[in-house]
Structures are given as C-alpha cells and as structure tokens.
Design a protein around this ligand. Sequence first.
Ligand code: MF3
Ligand code: CO
Length: 262
Amino acid sequence: MPVRIKTGPQIDRMRVPCRKLGQIFDALGEMIRPGVSTFEIDAEGERLIREAGGVPNFLHYEGYPASICVSVNEEVVHGIPRKDRILKEGDIVSLDAGMVIGGWHSDAARTYPVGNVSEADAALIAAAEESFFAGLAYARAGHTLYEISAAIGGWAKAHGYGVVRDLTGHGIGRALHEDPVIPNYAQKTKGVLLVPGMTLAIEPMLTAGGEEVAWLDDGWTVVTRDGAKASHYENTVLITEDDPEILTLPGNAAARGGEAAE
Ligand code: MF3
Ligand code: CO
C-alpha cells in the first residue's frame, strides 16, 4: 500500500488525539512509583483517554486485552497489565498508549524510572529518547525513510546499546498501523522519499544487552532473550516543508490556533 499523505484539515484533526495523548503521558508519568500495579496504570490511562473524548486504540487490537502496554525491565513492549505486577524501587517501566478521536489515531511511548534507578538504567532510558531524536533529524522532506532508520541504529550502536529488530515503527493516521514500516536500523535500500503530510510513528526500542527478543506464553509480552533491560520511546511525527512536528507532545498545536473541529 502506498504511504497515505494527509491534507491540512486531516492533520488538524490528527493533532487532537496526538496532543491529548501527550497530556495523558504527563499524567501517567506522575503516578509511576513503587507499590503501583501495572493494572492501576492501565485503568487510569483508559479513564484519562475516555475522559479526553477518545477511545483506546490498543484495546482489543488483534485481541490485546488492555488500553496501555506496560512493560517492566527486560520486557520490551506489549506487557499486559496485571493486578499482581507491582512496580518496585529500581525498576524501569515502559508505557505505550494510543487513542483515536474522530477516526484519527495517535501512538506514543515513554520509559520511566520507578523511584531511584541505577545510573546505567537512567542512561538506558535516556538512550531510547536520544536515538529517537537522532532519527528525527532526518524526518524531513527530501530525505528518505531509511535515513531515519540508519540514524537511530547508528546512534544506538555508537553508544553501546542493542536495537530490537523484530519490531518497527509505522505510518499512522486513519489506522493505527499504516505503511511504511519503519525499522530502527540501517537498510540496504533508501526507502520512500519523505514528503510533507506523512505521519509516522517513530519508535526505537533499545536494550542494554543483545538484540534478540522472545515472546512470553501470554502471546504478547516481548522480552529480551538475555534478560537485559530495555527502553522504548515513541512519538507520532508529522513531516512538513520545514522542521518535523512531534504531534504527541502535550503542547502541540496550542500555538497554532488550538483544537481543530472534529
Ligand atoms: N504501540 C504499538 C505500536 O506501536 C501497538 C501496540 S498494539 C497492542 O505499534 F495491541 F499491543 F496494543
Ligand atoms: Co507504534
């Protein structure tokens, strides 16, 4: 399928679930502390999404049973929230969430420290974000998709982190997952030419060890094979004529005339 280019009015509609998702991440970040269960994080996330007028787009996606993916330590992504999974001091926890409003999707992820974490774990958390921004530098009209991929993977490698290869970023818009697939490491080809109006979910998943992952028996939770901790950072990004716009930040579009009509 070709990459769907969004028009100006469509982009304005997409800004709404994206900005609101950014705000929800800020609120969820506040509740991360020792003693909280991953179930409580999901419940609060779903409540905030619905309160914002959205629908959780992960819930029931291919059978996924929750609204927020909550992945702890060596869990990379798609952890299933549980009442008996209690966060403890020194854990790191990745939240991945999305919502749909008026038929338009958003998707983002962040990794948080639980209380005080080791220096190495704090660096791992920062690394996912930094590799995202290394990739974002190429998220510009006139560049090609795999320049983003190569920059993410190159940054990770240069800093001694593993890059998960079995999972990727993706286009997003009318659907949670649209073309193109966005790998987080260099490819042999250039990939599509980036043009204004493309909306991409760029989402590096880094590890403090190897790059191999496995799926737990629950059918969802992706873990590192070697048990090393992992971090995840994702935003929905708009390609423009100029600098890329990170749509899933809490302040997005506020300076551009506020909310568009649905
Ligand atoms: N956020 C994931 C992604 O980026 C989607 C999670 S699908 C779910 O593609 F089913 F696990 F929710
Ligand atoms: Co995604």
